[in-house]
Design a protein around this ligand. Structure first.
Ligand SMILES: [Zn+2]
Length: 195
């Protein structure tokens, strides 16, 4: 996608020394790239939504009727919160290196603080925070750019997009061992076992 100022200006950090609050930086071949402060802001917004979905009581999960484009059926039932959480995790798994995904899992999915992550992964504080920035930046970009259903903007994900068919964990061949756990909220503790 082509990033423009209207995509970035509301997300940029006003005190950012790289983009000075515009959210864009000039890259190779005169191409405008999103500043890292924007990518981290996108990640933080998506992560906050993930935590919100994960901590809601199960009975509060909203089942929504979505219009779909298939000929046989014009509507489909979907659980948006569960789909969103699955997308959030699966994009992390597909995008990040093994090391970064491990950190993503401990710190962002399971909520371990830096001390616990450092002990568990055998790394120092500097390595931990560098990896946190890297994860936020890589996933911030993916959450916005992934097609056809980007996670960000969140409003469009939850209220705007019309999926041809809801994403099913069973359709995603790159995470076969996570399939059974994704059907229930119990997948979060389950992730620790595969670490
Ligand atoms: Zn910036």
């Amino acid at each position: 996608m082509e990033w423009t100022r209207s995509d970035t200006i509301a997300l940029a950090n006003n005190s950012c020394t790289q983009c000075h609050g515009l959210g864009l930086r000039l890259g190779k071949k005169e191409r405008m790239n999103p500043c890292n402060c924007v990518l981290r802001a996108i990640f933080r917004a998506c992560h906050a939504r993930f935590r919100h979905c994960a901590t809601k009581e199960k009975y509060m999960s909203r089942i929504s009727l979505e219009q779909v484009s298939s000929r046989e059926r014009s509507f489909s039932w979907g659980r948006k919160d569960e789909e969103y959480m699955a997308d959030f995790i699966l994009l992390g798994r597909r995008t990040l290196s093994e090391f970064d995904f491990k950190l993503f899992r401990f710190h962002f999915l399971l909520g371990a603080d830096w001390k616990l992550c450092c002990r568990r992964m055998g790394i120092d504080r500097g390595t931990f925070f560098h990896a946190v920035y890297r994860v936020q930046q890589e996933l911030g970009r993916i959450f916005r750019e992934v097609e056809p259903y980007s996670l960000f903007p969140l409003d469009e994900y939850f209220h705007g997009s019309v999926r041809a068919a809801p994403l099913r964990p069973s359709q995603l061949s790159f995470v076969p061992r996570m399939q059974p756990d994704l059907r229930s909220r119990s997948f979060l503790p389950g992730l620790l076992k595969s670490a």
